[in-house]
Design a protein around this ligand. Structure first.
Ligand code: ZN
Length: 491
C-alpha cells in the first residue's frame, strides 16, 4: 500500500488510522467505512447512474460508489432495494419532532418550511439545532412578518389586520427591513402566501421580490387566486408573480400548483414552462393528492369562495371529526378556527402534475396540532413511488426521484451552496440517503387515519447516521442539521 493510499484511508476513517498506528480498534480492523450499503440498485438522477453498487459512507459523506464489495463497520444489505438520494421537501409546515419522524418514514432527509416561513430566522434554527432526526430549514416569511407588523393575532395564518388591512408606507418599510434582516441571517428563500394576505398590494409583492432578487433568493409563493372564476383565477394569480419575477429578477417558485389551478392546472403549468423557455428562473411543485387543506378561518374562505373554487360546503371536511360541512357548521367552525380538508382537485389535474417532469414533489404537510390532518405530510413521497410510479405507471422511477431530490436541491443551491452536496448519490455528497423497496413502497396515511407511517422505506440516513432502520424509526438520534444560506451580518 502506498503512503498516499494510507493517507486517503486515514482520512476516511479515524478508527482505521488508530489501527495503523498500533492502537487496537474496537471495530473490524479491515473496516474502511463507517457504513456500507451493499448491493443496492443505486439511482442518481444527476449522473443517470442506475446500477447495482456498493456505497461507502464515512464522516457523514459518500466516499465510495463501487461495483466491488466494500468493508464497513456497519453493513446494510440493500439487495433488491433502491438506494436514492434522500428526499428534499421544499414545503412542510410541520416542523416538530413528531412531523420529522413521519417524514423520515416517508424517505425525507431534509424538511423545509419555505412557503409560510418564519419572522425570526435565528430563533427558528436555534429551536431545532441538535433536536432533529432530519435536516431542516426555513424562509423568511412575508406572512408572519406582515402579521407581526400589522398586529395580527392569528396563529400560523392571518385572521385580522395582516389579511385585511393595507400597509401604509411606514409599515411597508418595516416589513422590508424585517425580510431583509432574515435574508442577511441566512434564510433559504422568501416565503409568501398572497391568498392569505389579500390586502397586500401588488406593489408590496413586487417590493418583496425586489429584496429576494438582491440576495439571489427564490420566492416561494402561494399565489393570490386559485380556481376558475375571472378575474380572480389561478391564471391571474400566476400572472402576478411571473410579472414580479420578470420585473425584479427574483427566482420564483409557485407552490402546490394543482390546488391553485384545479381544472386549469395544465394551463398554469404551461405558463410556468413558457416563462422558463423565455429565460425566467421559474419552478413549481405539487403534492400527489386530490384534496387540499388549510385553516377554515383564513382569507381563503372569505365571501365568494364557492364560486372561485367551484365547490360548496359538502366538499369541505372538518379535520377534527371527519364530518362534511353544511352552511351552519361552516359558520360555526370558521368562528372557532381549525383545519379543513378541501376536495377540489380533479383526478387528472393531480395526475398531470405528478407525472410532469418539470413539477417537483413537495408535501405542504400541515402542523401536527391534532390527530386529524391532511395525509400529505406523512405519505406524499411513498404515494408517488407506490401509487403513481408502480401502480399507475404515470411516470418512471428515475423521473420521480429527480423531482424529489435533485430538482429541489438545484432550486436552492445558488442561494445556499450546502445544497450542491444534497439530492445526489456521488462522491463527496452528504450521506442523506433513502433506501426503499420499489415493489412494496406505499403511503398508509389516509384522510380518515392520517397519522400512519409509510411502508417500504427501509433505511434512511441523514448525514451518514441511520434514522430509519429495517423500516423502523431509530429512537434518540438527532443527526439533522439546520440548512441555511450564508450569513451576511452579525446579530
Ligand atoms: Zn399554501
Amino acid at each position: 500500500m502506498k503512503i498516499s493510499d494510507l493517507a486517503k484511508m486515514a482520512f476516511l476513517s479515524p478508527l482505521l488510522l488508530l489501527g495503523w498506528i498500533g492502537i487496537p480498534s474496537p471495530a473490524d480492523a479491515q473496516a474502511s467505512y463507517d457504513v456500507v450499503i451493499a448491493s443496492g440498485r443505486v439511482m442518481d438522477p444527476q449522473s443517470g447512474l442506475d446500477a447495482i453498487r456498493n456505497v461507502g459512507i464515512a464522516a457523514g459523506k459518500i466516499q465510495a460508489i463501487s461495483p466491488a464489495p466494500l468493508n464497513g463497520k456497519v453493513r446494510i444489505d440493500a439487495k433488491g432495494l433502491v438506494v436514492a438520494p434522500g428526499f428534499i421537501d421544499l414545503h412542510e409546515h410541520g416542523q416538530t419532532l413528531d412531523a420529522y419522524q413521519y417524514q423520515a418514514h416517508d424517505g425525507v432527509t431534509t424538511s423545509l418550511e419555505l412557503e409560510v416561513g418564519t419572522d425570526d430566522i435565528d430563533k427558528w434554527y436555534a429551536e431545532r439545532e441538535g433536536k432533529s432526526p432530519i435536516n431542516f430549514g426555513a424562509s423568511i416569511g412575508h406572512i408572519p412578518v406582515r402579521m407581526r407588523v400589522m398586529g395580527d393575532s392569528g396563529d400560523f395564518l392571518p385572521t385580522g389586520g395582516a389579511a385585511h388591512r393595507e400597509a401604509d408606507s411606514e409599515q411597508l418599510a418595516e416589513m422590508e427591513r424585517r425580510v431583509e434582516r432574515g435574508l442577511q441571517r441566512g434564510a433559504l428563500a422568501v416565503g409568501m402566501g398572497v391568498m392569505y394576505t389579500p390586502a397586500a398590494s401588488h406593489w408590496e409583492i413586487v417590493e418583496m421580490f425586489r429584496l429576494a432578487a438582491k440576495y439571489g433568493a427564490s420566492v416561494h409563493v402561494h399565489i393570490r387566486y386559485a380556481g376558475l372564476k375571472e378575474p380572480e383565477s389561478g391564471v391571474a394569480g400566476v400572472e402576478e408573480v411571473i410579472a414580479a419575477a420578470a420585473a425584479t429578477g427574483a427566482p420564483l417558485h409557485v407552490v402546490h400548483v394543482s390546488s391553485m389551478g384545479l381544472k386549469y392546472t395544465p394551463q398554469l403549468i404551461e405558463m410556468v414552462s413558457g416563462a422558463r423557455r423565455r429565460g425566467l428562473d421559474v419552478t413549481t411543485e405539487c403534492y400527489p393528492y386530490t384534496a387540499a387543506s388549510t385553516a377554515l378561518e383564513s382569507a381563503m374562505f372569505d365571501e365568494g369562495w364557492q364560486e372561485k373554487l367551484g365547490i360548496t360546503y359538502k366538499d369541505l371536511q372538518w379535520a377534527a371529526t371527519g364530518e362534511r360541512l353544511t352552511a351552519e357548521t361552516f359558520a360555526k367552525y370558521r368562528k372557532q378556527g381549525g383545519e379543513v380538508v378541501i376536495y377540489m382537485i380533479p383526478d387528472d389535474a393531480a395526475r398531470a402534475c405528478v407525472a410532469n417532469p418539470m413539477v417537483m414533489i413537495a408535501t405542504d404537510g400541515m402542523p401536527h396540532n391534532g390527530p386529524k390532518i391532511h395525509p400529505r405530510g406523512q405519505g406524499s413521497y411513498a404515494r408517488v413511488l407506490g401509487h403513481y410510479v408502480r401502480e399507475e405507471k404515470a411516470l418512471d422511477l428515475m423521473t420521480a426521484l429527480r423531482k424529489m431530490t435533485l430538482m429541489p436541491a438545484q432550486r436552492l443551491e445558488k442561494r445556499a451552496p450546502v445544497f450542491h452536496d444534497k439530492g445526489r448519490i456521488r462522491m463527496g455528497a452528504d450521506a442523506d440517503i433513502t433506501v426503499f423497496d420499489p415493489a412494496t413502497v406505499i403511503d398508509k396515511a389516509t384522510y380518515e387515519e392520517p397519522l400512519q407511517y409509510s411502508a417500504g422505506i427501509q433505511f434512511v440516513f441523514v448525514n451518514g447516521v441511520l434514522v430509519v432502520k429495517d423500516g423502523k424509526l431509530v429512537e434518540g438520534v438527532f443527526p439533522g442539521r439546520g440548512v441555511r444560506a450564508p450569513i451576511r451580518t452579525s446579530r
